[in-house]
Design a protein around this ligand. Structure first.
Ligand code: ADP
Ligand code: MG
Length: 662
C-alpha cells in the first residue's frame, strides 16, 4: 500500500475512486452484446457441473441460468466453492465479461450475488486507480474494511452553518458514499461535499495569508521623490503600454505603507525582467537593498548581466550568489551584503540560506515563481522587515483561476509583447518529415542562425534523461550534421559545465544545442531561430509554449517545429492549437481543458496543494461559490477565532501545516 502513498487509515479513505461501474441494472440475456461487461439476473436451471480438463490443476465449473428472454452459460475456472453456494432453482445476479457467438451467450468468471444481496453486484462499484500489484476486487475489500472501521466515528470537519447553507452531506455519509454510493445521485452529493471542503481549505488558507499581509504588518513606504522615469529614459527601447501600466501599479505599492505582495503574470518575452530592474532602481535609490531570486544559476547569471547593463551607470552595485562559488567568494559577498556594500543581490535558492544577511532589505523579486512557492517566499522576506515582494511568472493562467489560486497576491497582467516581436511559424510534423526538417535546420545554420532541439523528460530520472539526450546528440553530431557544431545539455551536468555550454551557445559558438527542458526558463539568445521539439506529444501545451518562447527574440524570422511520434486525436487537437495561436493565455485555457487541472496545477508547478478530488476545470462553479463564502468568512473573522469557525481553523491547519502559519 505504501506505493500508493497510503500509510494510515486516513490516507486510505481519502484514496478516491477514479471511476464507477454501474452494476445496478441487469440486462436481458437476449440483449447481451459480445465482449461487453454486463450484469444479468437469472434462475439457475442446472447444478454447477465440475468438468475436468487435460491440465492437472485446472477444473472448469459450468452452470446454466435463464431469464424470460433466454439462457446463458456461466463458466468459472478452479472455483470449487461455487458448487456449494449455488442452488438450483434460485435466482442470482452475475457480473462479468460476455461472449456471444451464434446466439450462445456465455459469461466467464463472473462475480455474483444471491438475489437481494449486493456484495459484488447490484450497486455502483468503485474503480480505483491502481497498478498491477493489486486488483480492484482486493482493494475494494480493504476499502470496505477501512470504511467499516471509521463509519460513524469521523469527526465533522465543516461547521454546521455551512453544511446547512450549502446542503452538504455530513462527513461520515460523504466518505461512505464517495466509495460505495447506492445511486449516482448519492455519489454526486458526496463528491460535492468533498470538493467543497478541499477547495474551502485552500481558499481560506490563501485569503488569511493575504489578509495577514494587508492589515497587520506595516511595510516600507518608499519615497515619492525617487522617480522611475530617470532610469526609463536611459533604455534603448520604449516600454509597452502593459509594462508602463504594471510599473504604475508597482510604484503605487512601493510608495504605500502596506507591504507589496504582487504577482506579475506575463507571457514569455513580454519583458518582465526590465520591469523588475526599474522597480529595483527605485528601491535602491531610496536606500534599501534588493534580492532577486531565480530558479537556475543560468538565469541568475543572465539577470546579473541585464541588471548591471542598466543600473551600473547609476552607481548601483549588483552581485551574484550561486552555490558554485568558492567558500571564500561567498564569504566576501556575504560580508559586503551585511555592510550594505551590495545593493542588489541576485541568486538562486542559495539566497535562502541562513547566513545570508542583508543590512536593509526592502524588496524581494522571485522570478518564475512556480519553482519556489509560498514557504520560500516567506523565508526570503523574513530577511528584511516586511519588504515588498514581487513574484514574476511566465506561466499564463486564465485570469479567473489566477485570482483564486493566488488568493494571497495582487495580480498584474502583461498581455502585450514588445512591438519588435514577430510571429513564430509553427509546424507539427510526423516522423516522415525528418529529412526535410534537417535540411531546413542546415539552411538556417548556413545563414548564420542557431537551433535548439529539445527532447522530453522521459521520467523523473535525470540519469536516464541524460542518456537519451546524449544518444540523440551523438546521432545528430555524427550522422546528420557531422559538419556542424552540435552540443548537448542535461540536468545531470555540473552547473559549471552547463553554464559554459549555455555561454558558448549565447556567443554563437554552437550551431545546434540539444537538451532536456533545462532551457525552458528565461534564457535569451536572439540569434536562435529554430526550436525543434522531439516527441512534442509528450509535452503539455504550457510547456510547449514556454519552449517556443525561446526563439523569436531577435530580429530574425523564427520557427518552431513540433515533431510527433504518434498523432492521436487529442495530440492532433493540441498541436493544432500550438500552430494556430501564440497567445499564452488562450493556450493555457485549452491545456487545462484538454488535460485537466491535475497535471496543469501539480504541486511542483505552483506550490499549491495537489487536489485529492477537486478538478479546477470541472469544479469551477464550486470554486466560485467557495471563493465567495471564504471572502465572507475571512472578512468577518480573519483569524478564524470565532466559536462557529473552530472547525475551519482546524481544517486549514491540518492541510497546510507545512506551508503557512495561521
Ligand atoms: P520575459 O518576460 O520572458 O522574462 P524578458 O524580460 O527576458 O522577457 O524580455 C525579453 C527581451 O525583450 C529582452 O531582451 C528585453 O531586453 C527585451 N524587451 C523588454 N521590453 C522591451 C520593449 N518594451 N521593447 C523592446 N524590447 C524589450
Ligand atoms: Mg524572464
Amino acid at each position: 500500500m505504501q506505493s500508493f502513498g497510503i500509510f494510515t487509515l486516513k490516507d486510505l479513505i481519502e484514496y478516491y475512486p477514479r471511476d464507477y461501474e454501474d452494476r445496478n441494472k441487469p440486462k436481458k440475456i437476449a440483449e447481451v452484446v459480445n465482449g461487453e461487461e454486463v450484469l444479468i439476473s437469472g434462475i439457475a436451471i442446472s447444478r454447477v457441473q465440475e468438468i475436468p480438463t487435460n491440465r492437472r490443476n485446472m477444473k472448469i465449473y459450468k452452470l446454466l441460468v435463464r431469464d424470460e428472454t433466454g439462457t446463458c452459460i456461466i463458466t468459472w475456472f478452479n472455483q470449487k466453492y461455487v458448487k456449494t453456494v449455488i442452488e438450483m432453482g434460485k435466482r442470482y445476479v452475475f457480473f462479468g465479461k460476455a461472449t456471444v457467438q451464434g446466439g450462445r451467450v456465455e459469461l466467464t468468471g463472473p462475480v455474483f450475488d444471491k438475489e437481494g444481496q449486493s456484495k459484488n453486484t447490484g450497486k455502483i462499484i468503485p474503480i480505483y486507480p491502481l497498478t498491477y500489484s493489486i486488483t480492484n476486487n482486493m482493494f475494494r475489500n480493504i476499502m470496505e474494511n477501512g470504511i467499516r472501521e471509521v463509519e460513524g466515528k469521523l469527526e465533522e470537519t465543516l461547521p454546521d452553518y455551512l453544511l446547512k447553507e450549502y446542503q452538504l452531506l455530513d462527513t461520515n455519509t460523504a466518505t461512505r458514499s464517495i466509495h460505495f454510493p447506492d445511486t449516482f445521485n448519492e455519489f454526486k452529493r458526496a463528491r460535492k461535499r468533498l470538493v467543497f471542503e478541499e477547495l474551502l481549505a485552500m481558499e481560506l488558507a490563501l485569503l488569511s495569508l493575504k489578509y495577514a499581509n494587508k492589515n497587520e504588518k506595516k511595510g516600507i513606504a518608499f519615497s515619492k521623490e525617487v522617480h522611475m522615469s530617470d532610469v526609463i529614459q536611459t533604455l534603448p527601447f520604449r516600454l509597452t503600454k502593459a509594462q508602463l501600466r504594471v510599473l504604475e501599479e508597482i510604484d503605487g505599492d512601493l510608495e504605500s505603507e502596506k507591504p507589496m505582495n504582487r504577482l506579475l503574470q506575463g507571457d514569455v518575452g513580454s519583458g518582465k525582467t526590465i520591469v523588475s530592474i526599474i522597480a529595483a532602481y527605485k528601491v535602491v535609490k531610496c536606500g534599501y537593498q534588493v534580492a532577486i531570486m531565480a530558479p537556475t544559476a543560468i538565469l541568475a547569471s543572465q539577470h546579473l548581466v541585464n541588471f548591471k547593463n542598466i543600473l551600473e551607470p547609476f552607481g548601483i552595485r549588483c552581485e551574484l550568489l550561486i552555490s558554485k562559488l568558492t567558500k571564500k567568494q561567498k564569504e566576501a559577498i556575504l560580508e559586503k551584503l551585511k555592510n550594505g556594500e551590495i545593493d542588489i543581490l541576485i541568486g538562486t535558492h542559495a539566497l535562502l540560506q541562513e547566513n545570508v544577511e542583508f543590512k536593509k532589505l526592502g524588496f524581494v523579486v522571485t522570478d518564475e515563481q512556480h519553482r519556489f512557492g509560498v514557504k520560500q517566499r516567506g523565508i526570503i522576506s523574513s530577511k528584511g522587515e516586511n519588504p515588498d515582494v514581487l513574484v514574476m511568472t511566465a506561466t499564463p493562467i486564465p485570469r479567473t483561476l489566477a485570482l483564486i489560486l493566488y488568493g494571497d497576491l495582487d495580480i498584474s497582467i502583461m498581455d502585450e509583447l514588445p512591438p519588435n516581436r514577430q510571429t513564430i511559424d509553427t509546424f507539427a510534423v510526423g516522423e516522415k518529415m525528418e529529412d526535410r526538417v534537417n535540411t531546413f535546420i542546415r539552411k538556417q545554420v548556413q545563414e548564420g542562425r542557431q537551433c535548439y532541439m529539445v527532447c522530453p523528460l522521459i521520467e523523473d530520472n535525470e540519469e536516464i534523461n541524460a542518456k537519451s539526450v546524449m544518444e540523440l546528440a551523438t546521432h545528430y553530431k555524427e550522422e546528420v550534421f557531422p559538419d556542424l557544431r552540435v552540443e548537448y545539455l542535461h540536468g545531470k551536468m555540473k552547473a559549471k559545465e552547463k553554464e559554459e555550454i549555455m555561454g558558448a551557445f549565447k556567443n554563437g559558438e554552437i550551431d545546434i544545442l540539444i537538451s532536456t527542458t533545462v532551457i525552458e526558463v528565461g534564457v535569451d539568445v536572439p540569434n536562435a531561430t529554430i526550436m525543434v521539439i522531439q516527441n512534442a506529444e509528450r509535452f503539455g501545451l504550457a510547456a510547449l509554449h514556454q519552449l517556443r518562447g525561446r526563439v523569436g527574440r531577435g530580429k530574425y524570422k523564427s520557427y518552431c517545429i513540433l515533431k510527433c511520434g504518434t498523432l492521436g486525436e487529442n495530440t492532433k487537437e493540441r498541436m493544432k492549437i500550438m500552430c494556430e495561436t501564440q497567445d499564452g493565455f488562450k493556450i493555457a485555457e485549452k491545456d487545462l481543458e484538454l488535460r485537466g487541472s491535475g497535471e496543469f496545477f501539480g504541486t511542483k508547478q505552483h506550490g499549491l496543494p495537489e487536489f485529492k478530488i477537486a478538478n479546477l476545470f470541472e469544479d469551477m462553479p464550486t470554486l466560485k461559490l467557495v471563493q465567495e463564502t471564504s471572502i465572507h468568512i475571512i472578512q468577518e473573522d480573519p483569524n478564524l477565532e470565532q466559536e462557529k469557525n473552530k472547525l475551519l481553523k482546524k481544517l486549514v491547519k491540518e492541510k497546510f501545516k507545512d506551508r503557512i502559519e495561521i
